[in-house]
Each structure stands twice: as C-alpha cells, then as structure tokens.
Design a binder for this molecule. Sequence first.
Ligand SMILES: [Zn+2]
Length: 285
Amino acid sequence: MQRRDFLLALAAGTAGCLTACTGVQAPRRAVTGSPQAHPPASPSSSPSPAPSPTPSLSPLHLQDGPPPLPAPTPADSLITGLPENVGNVVAITVDDGVDSSVVDAYLDFAKDSGVRLTFFVTGVYPSWTDNRDKMMPLVESGQVQLANHTWTHPDLTTLSEGAIIDELTRCENLLRNTYGVTGAPFIRPPYGSRSSFTDSVCTKAGYTTAALWYGSFGDSGLLTQDVLLGEAQKWLLAQHIVIGHANFPTITQLYGQIIDILRQRSLLTATLDDVYFGPGHNRHA
Ligand SMILES: [Zn+2]
C-alpha cells in the first residue's frame, strides 16, 4: 500500500465493524458500465448422448483457484491491506454470521464464481455449524478460510486477560472441532477495537496478527442495495482488505454486480492464507 493509503487505512481501522468507514475519503475510481443481471444458466433442452466432460461455467464465474501471487511473507502484527506486490488482488473478508442463510448464499456464490473468501467467524452464531457440509469442501480446498472474530463479539478493550483468552479459545475450538483448521494467526477484533494490551493477550493465544481492513460494504446493519453497491464500488480495489457481513440478505442480491466490479477492474480475489502462507494454503489444526 502507498503510505497515504496506509494512513487512511489506520483511520479506517478505527471505524469499527459496526460502521461503514464513513468519513474516510479514498481515491474514487470511475466505474464504467452498468450492473448487469445474471440470470441463472438454463439447462439445454436438447438431449445430449454423452455428458460434457467440462461443466458449463456459471455466469458468475471469475477465477479458478488462487491468483498468481509472489512468494509469501509473514503477516505483520497489524494488517489493514495486502502487500503492494500482490498486484491486482483484493481480499474479501466476511464477518459475524448473524444470518445462517446469508452464509449459505455466500458459499453458493463462492462455488459459482471461484471467489476466495476469508470468513471472520463469530462462533456463537449457528451459521458456522448449520453450513458445515457445504463449507467443508471449500475449506479443504483453501478457497474459503476461517479466522477468529471471537465467540460473542465483545469489545476486547473492555475485557480482562482471562475473558479475552476465553473469547478466542471458544471460537478456535469451534473451528478445530468443526472444520479441523485453526483460525490463527488472524484475529479480527470486534469493532476494530484493540490496544497494546489486547494485542499482547491475543499473541499469547497464538493470534499474532490483528487483521483490520481498508474499506467496508458497511453491511453489519441492514442496507439498501444501492447503498451497499456504492460501498462496494468505493472499496473493491487492488490490495485492499474489504469487509462484508453475513448478517442481512442485501448482499445476496448483488453478487452479479460484485462480479461485474471485479471484472471491470481486472481484480482477482485471495484469502489471507493465500497471500501470507502461499496460494491454496490450508492450515489444518
Ligand atoms: Zn464483527
């Protein structure tokens, strides 16, 4: 990231998970073209004697596998964006999981598009066990990464050391027991709220990188499609870590437009593991 971007990112980092990074100005890029609807592919009506060896691509299809990436370098103790040398790559991260049907829709989107997602799991929500069967193959392949967004989404700066450890450990145990992976080293502190004390406690629990962001869809609360799409157009840019939320269904009505934005900007997506541990990496616990 450029230094100016980094400073802006620090500002954005204080905005917190429940805000839409309002007040943070970023260079706007003109967006050409209009969002296009993507009707579902209709099956061919003519019988075919032999099945095609290659299934037809979804209209949402963007990428197969991880993007080309440079050799990974370990993540710093605080990240707000991706290293400059990743090129035209954006990390889409999805937090919380209040609505299980939204997590389910995100998984269908990932399967149809090849988009790589990092979920920051708030373990108390049933989404993360409800969707296990659909999630598991994507986690196994490394297309979907699971990281730690605590058990109950508290402001860590209000908690004792023991309470912070408990929040991290309960979520970590869920990830290990349900998916066989660790969320470490990536902790996203709820609301982006952290301090040297909370960072040191997280480090003791193996969470050595506070993963903040540079831009948000702003959809921790309910948004209209137009507002959410405006945020997506503002923030889906190279080397950004962008936040979405699996809390309200608005995003599930916009996947076609999200793909249009990525295509128009020649962006591919990566998980944090892809960037910091190597393409397709999957850290089994
Ligand atoms: Zn959150």
